[in-house]
Design a protein around this ligand. Structure first.
Ligand code: PRP
Ligand code: URA
Length: 222
């Protein structure tokens, strides 16, 4: 990232369809997550909990369909989420987030997608794809903790768009202004939900202050 100009936090805060959590419980969990002394089992647990909070916040606008149900006392109108919902964990760091999402909406379809960022070129490469060809979902959420240069997220959304999904959203834990701007510009038709927006990318493409390597910290592969 050396010599590449990066936007400020203030510039990207104005972007449309970008949602940054303001919930105090999120801020509390994020502080535990960022701490370098948090060990992998607790880190993974926190990623799941943050995934559940992000799922709750990002599904606020989903459509409902109504039906009549019987309580033990009388009939009343009930609601259920309309259409199917999918979640695409971007492997491997997206796995914990997807697990948290499933705790909120258990009957999601999970579409695994493996992308690996080359640490020299910072380009994402696809190495695994279990996206079904038959699509009958109202929305798919691509989930990945770190939005750094934005390369992995942009590629993931491109791959999902080729499956013809009517509505796509991106869910992440920490975004760098540079990656957030690139994703919003490449895909202005999606909603982007993140827990926190950080300051910048360092020369190696890591988010600062960040949390380090989200995959290694979840799975203990240092
Ligand atoms: C990390 C992270 C994102 C990507 C973000 O994954 O989980 O997928 O880097 O960087 P970008 O915005 O610059 O593309 P990584 O490729 O290290 O793989 P991992 O999940 O297996 O650790
Ligand atoms: N991937 C990570 O896991 N962390 C970063 O800061 C950037 C990319």
């Amino acid at each position: 990232m050396q010599g590449i100009p990066q936007p400020s936090r203030e510039e990207v805060l104005k972007l449309p369809r970008v949602h940054i959590s303001t919930h105090p419980v999120m801020a509390h969990k994020m502080t535990l997550l960022r701490n370098k002394n948090t060990p992998p089992p607790q880190f993974y647990q926190l990623v799941k909990e943050i995934g559940a909070l992000l799922a709750y916040e990002s599904t606020e606008t989903l459509s409902l369909e109504s039906s009549t149900i019987e309580t033990p006392l009388q009939s009343t109108t009930g609601y259920r989420l309309a259409g199917g919902i999918g979640v695409t964990p971007i492997l491997r760091a997206g796995l914990g987030l997807a697990e948290g999402f499933r705790q909120v909406i258990p009957d999601v379809q999970v579409w695994h997608l493996g992308l690996r960022r080359d640490e020299e070129t910072l380009q994402a490469m696809e190495y695994y794809n279990r996206l079904p060809h038959q699509v009958d979902l109202q929305v798919v959420y691509a989930v990945d903790p770190m939005l750094a240069t934005g390369g992995s997220a942009i590629d993931a959304i491109n791959i999902l768009k080729r499956r013809g999904i009517p509505r796509l959203s991106y869910l992440g834990i920490i975004a760098a202004p540079y990656g957030l701007m690139r994703l919003a510009q490449a895909h202005p038709d999606i909603d982007i939900y993140v827990a926190e927006l950080d300051e910048a990318l360092n020369d190696n493409g890591y988010i600062i202050p960040g949390l380090g390597d989200a995959g290694d910290r979840q799975f203990g592969t240092f």
